[in-house]
Structure formats: structure tokens, C-alpha cells
Design a protein around this ligand. Sequence first.
Ligand code: CTP
Ligand code: CA
Length: 235
Amino acid sequence: APRVSRGGDLDGRVVVVSAGGTREPLDPVRFIGNRSTGMQGIALARAAHERGAQVVLVAANVPAARQEEAPGLSVLDVETTAELRAAVREHARAADVVVMAAAVADFRPTSVAAHKIKREGVSEQTVTLTANPDVLAELARDRLRAGQVVVGFAAETGDVTTSVLEHGRAKARRKGADLLAVNEVGDGKGFGTPDNAVTFLDRDGREVGAADGTKVAVAHALWDVVVRLAPLAGH
Ligand code: CTP
Ligand code: CA
């Protein structure tokens, strides 16, 4: 694709951002989903576009994403993890940076009922789930374009034995991504709010930055880290 110059420190770069949350169908009318609204992903796409990048926004169940369409910012609507994976990987082949901001369903129903599941005479239901591929880990492993920067987001709650940041460090090492933005979710943090607080970890789990404020501010802070850390490919 032609690289159009619009000014900014991401001038002419190609970036892919996934946003929202994937849904996995149970039957024609029901799905298993999550609470991601897509706000952080939209902010990331918009910020990259403002900074000159050519942006592909892969939007999982984010109706508002359509309105982001602009010259240099294309929106691809997806529903399931399989659709998101295919769209991200296709466009990642030309991308300098891929940011996985979407909340990807870890599991999907092993079989999808062809007809609406009926309740009559049923007092208990079991749903069997199959693990989905880890899109981020695959991108980090496959490096679909040489020198590509792969970025993930980790939503953590912390638990009795392990803090948010400790979970984040372990995840950074496990995923193999160049950068992991760790944020605390739950208790009114993260999902559906205009604000976010993240710590940026490198692939060894070392802290390389932090941001606290609006999702727009967090988005710009992420691009700052990407520009600072990585000599981007193809230039
Ligand atoms: N991710 C992905 N594919 C999946 C699950 C997650 O690409 N099947 C990506 C997300 O887009 C995010 C990062 O991995 O960028 C971290 O997601 P998260 O849910 O925090 O991590 P998981 O590895 O799924 O671990 P867990 O949910 O068990 O904490
Ligand atoms: Ca997960």
C-alpha cells in the first residue's frame, strides 16, 4: 500500500490495532462475550492516525468503530476470535506495529447449536469449551514482517498471592511481545470508563514506562514508548 505522508512521528508507518471484545456463539441468538467496550483500542487507532500512521482498526463488536473511518484509517468489523485472528494476521504482513488491545475470548463453545437451544425440561446445562489460539503469542512468534513491533495489553485483577504487576511480568515473559501494557481491571477500573492506568513492560518484564489518565493520554504514551524503544521496520 502507498505510504502517505501526513506529518507526525508515525509518519508513513503502517499499524494494526485490534479493539473491543470477541464473541463466541453458542447458538444462532446467543454468545459468550466480555465487557470490553473498545474505547482504548479506538483511542490507540485515532492517536496513531493523528501521528501520521496508516491505520487498520480491527474492531470486535464495537458499533462506534465505523465512525472512525477516515482517509488512512480503515475499520474492519469482526465478531469471533477466528475472524479477528484472520483479519489481524492478514494486515500484520504489511505492518510496522501490531497492537492487540482487544479482549480476546480465551475459549469458545466446542460446538455451536444450529438451532436456538430450548429450556423446557432442562434444569442444568453444561457448555464445553475449546481453547482459542493466542493471537498475540502467535504474532510474537511468527513475526509476519521483519522488525515488526508487537504490543499486547494485559488486564489483571491481582489476587491473594500475586499482585497486578507480578501477573503482568509473568505474562510479558510468556507472550514474547515487545511491549505489554498492564492495566488493573475491576472495581470500576478499565472497562467502560474513560480513564485507564497502565504500566509498560518489555519482553523481560522490565518496566519501561507508565501512564495514568484518559485512554487518549494512555494511547499517546504507548506510541511514545513504541517510537522510543523500537527502530521501526522498513525505513
Ligand atoms: N490475547 C490474544 N489471544 C487470546 C487471548 C489474549 O491475542 N486468545 C491477547 C490480548 O489481546 C492481550 C494479551 O493477549 O493483548 C493479554 O490478554 P490477557 O487476557 O490479559 O492474557 P491471557 O494470556 O489470555 O491470560 P489470562 O486471561 O489467563 O490472564
Ligand atoms: Ca485472556
